[in-house]
Design a protein around this ligand. Sequence first.
Ligand code: SF4
Ligand code: SF4
Ligand code: SF4
Ligand code: FES
Length: 694
Amino acid sequence: MANLVTLTIDGRQVTVPAGTLVIDAAKQAGIDIPAFCYYEGFSVQAACRMCLVEVEKMPKLQPSCALPAAEGMVVHTESPKVVEARKSTIEFLLTNHPLDCPVCDKGGECELQDMTFRYGLGESRFLEIKHHADEKQWSPLVFYDPARCILCYRCIRVCDEGLGVSALGLSFRGVSAEIIPNKGDHLECDECGWCIDVCPVGALTSGTYRYKSRPWEMNYVPAICTHCSNGCKTTLSVRNGEIIRANNRDRSGINGEFLCVKGRFGFDFVHSEERLQEPLIRKDGKLQPASWSEALKHVAARVREAIERNGKFAVIGSTRTTNEENYYLQKFARQGLRTNNIDHHRSGDVITLIDALAGRKDALATVNDLYTCDAALVLGADLAQQHPLLACQLRANWRHHQAPVFVITPGPVREDQYAARSLRAEAGTEVGRLEELREDLKTRKNLVILYGASVKGEAVRRLVQFGDSLGIPVKYVCLVDYVNSRGAVDMGLLPHLGPGYRPVEIPGMHLDAMMDAPDLDVIWVVGANPLEGGREFASKDAFLIVHELFLTETAQRADVVLPAMSLYEKNGTVTNVCGEVQRTKAGPKVMGTKSDLDILGLLAAQLGFDIGIPSHEKVFDEIRRTVRGYNVPLPVLATGGAAPAAVLNGNVPVDAQPDLVRSSGDTLFTSGTLGKYSKRLTQVMEAPGRLFQP
Ligand code: SF4
Ligand code: SF4
Ligand code: SF4
Ligand code: FES
């Protein structure tokens, strides 16, 4: 156990591990010491002098962000001397600060404004003309106003230490000192906007939010990022039905304040002019606008007719719809349409993993495990590009706890920067190099193994056997692509497995078989684009129903297109790459669209399917009662937490069909269909980028 020291802060005794900084010890005692350059989780800068405190028996005021707590120390955080020093610090910070608070984006959320309100002098002694430097646009997403910058270096540190990107530095000296981007006049970086978020003042501002709103004019909606499978919580700032900004400043959720470029800026697809806002029916060979009642009636009539003549159905589900929608869709297909021809785009071999780990407890890692594990091994994935939050967690674990990371990938990855060992292997051959890491891994206390889409079928079983042979506790993450890729598998969007991996009696056709089948009567595609890249359905005459946000390649071929809501517009739950269930809430409303659950519910009613009420609460209640591992605690979800679904206590005695596992290959700047309709993501110069690049 760590050595403990007891000190007194403002008359309160507090005991903390030796080495704890006084500013952190004070926080533990419920005392908030003002600070600008200090930022939890990052290196000490001690640049701003805002956190000065008085320590008995020390001659001068001390920066509490750089002072380790010591036994018997007596600290005063609000003594007259300290308050006087803070007033001076603020007075100096405001010497050249422009005081354009009424129009500054940060107004109302600015730490300098708050501190000035709390400690500032009523007037300034500096009457000289303020030093000025013009604002700069570093990228479509990041703007820098040097006049507002207080040189706290938070931005430099999050970019360098938090991400390993190191895109920011310092130039000039004294009053002329400025933060500069890595390419002289512009940024080429992850465009994550984390620097904007941590900036205590309005020096760094966001290309999407600048001068759009005051913070108190918006509603704040807790949602889950729809772009990748990591499941970051994002707080959508919504005004007049429009998302204006996304961040997570309250640090709730599994990601704390972290969001990558897609989570922070890629929400603009919601308000794209190309969103479908009315149903389309093919008439005279052309898709033509129709009312919802006409479109639903038309679909119901064609489906009823196909059911009556014992027609053949195929259903392709989505990796972006909620668990409730996926569960309801498979019920609609199995009980309503009476088919097991249902599948989705599988981007990771979850099925083999669940089978290989059957009967075990705690063998699936959570996002938090990546921060606390003793070592991690990544196979076949460019983690910083494909799973930014997971990459950030591993990096933070290495920075804070020196937990080593090992990688086996087909090409260079950012994790090489700090990996204990990096090995290269052709995609699909990664497990062949595992033995070379045995000696390094077996001495660790525990290990988390993360593997991408190139590790599938037998390779997953060999990976688990290798993990078992190390003699240490090992947990796994099967890296899947999209926000509810994992939920689609768990909810049974599979031809041979129902919800909770329960085998069905007569398996249906898988995705490739459905594409190749020449005799389908109705093909139903919910939020997927199987015709992307020039693929075709062999059943050219099948009646094609598509639920979509945009006129994708598949929607263009449809007989009826039903305009669907995106995840940001609906309520429900999703399951992230680590199998953690989280609740997401509806933010904006896009006129003319419906949730997939509502669409299916309305059609079920017209078709006389008795499959339950299409309310997300009722369906989730049914999921909790019937799907193995999903009886998750509601208070955890209600309070914005992530509840791991315990799906491992049973095996999966069927073929995992590993050939159907294909990653979409999305990078940090792409996100399937949604990414294509995000102007923000497509206009940054780093897009589209490539995987496995140094
Ligand atoms: S946007 Fe992200 S990657 Fe770019 S400079 Fe800021 S913190 Fe660094
Ligand atoms: S830009 Fe913001 S975060 Fe960066 S040094 Fe200036 S004030 Fe600090
Ligand atoms: S890491 Fe994934 S879930 Fe998190 S913000 Fe980025 S795209 Fe969204
Ligand atoms: S917060 Fe301690 S010196 Fe800046």
